[in-house]
Design a protein around this ligand. Sequence first.
Ligand SMILES: [Zn+2]
Length: 277
Amino acid sequence: MHVEESDIVQFRVGKIECFVFNAGSFRSDGGASFGVYPRSLWEKKVTPDKKHRIELAANLMLLKTPRFNLLIDSGLGYHHDPQTEKIYSPEPCQLLEKLSDCGCSPDELDFLVLTHLHHDHIGGIWRLENGQEELMFPQAIHIIQKEEWQTAHSPDKLNEAAYRFNKPLQLLARSHSLKLIEGNFELSPEISLLLTSGHTNATQVVRIESEGELCYYPGDLIPHDLHLHLPVTSAYDVSRNKTFFYKERILADLKEKQGYLVFNHQPDKKLLKFPLT
Ligand SMILES: [Zn+2]
């Protein structure tokens, strides 16, 4: 089942203008997405196809601040190898079109934050131009956790399948557009990158707080509203314990400050506002 949703969700967090859009859906195994949550329960809300795959969106977030523009994650991008086409059946990428609809041209992007380096988050950072591979946003500083970068370049046996699509990272390594950070990082007084683990060894989530309003982009720690249940974690997670720990902290912060939560992989729901009704 394909859920058509081309709408861009636009809202403000204090002085930050926020846009959430789907850069292009793909399909992934439903059981792997919901881990221990039984299919008999999740299939009441999400319909799998004949290959037991469900539709996942690549919901990206653009932040326009008075001083800079920032994109969080990049989706699967425009070019895929045959294995990716077969396993994930990605729909045509709409990254540049959606950015344009948000009033942001590629060269107006100052920062690109990658929550982690799985292929469905980094595919949009490169493109083929006249047969040459190049960065999609060469002028943007790409901010990545150093530990995540190291894992992607020399994954252990647990992680090697998840990081096999590293072509875009080779381009980034040769550029002047890469900034590796270690731990929590304050990009501005309003925007913080928080180091977590659980989904991968070093996933960074984005926390925005401005003029008393709060928003989280937790990436694959809470990709879908079914993951609001604390014990429901993706089977791709390297540590359910750590995912649980960070989810609990993020949700407590959101409940206390009545904030916004972005679901990065849910096709029919991009944003949630606390308190839940
Ligand atoms: Zn993902």
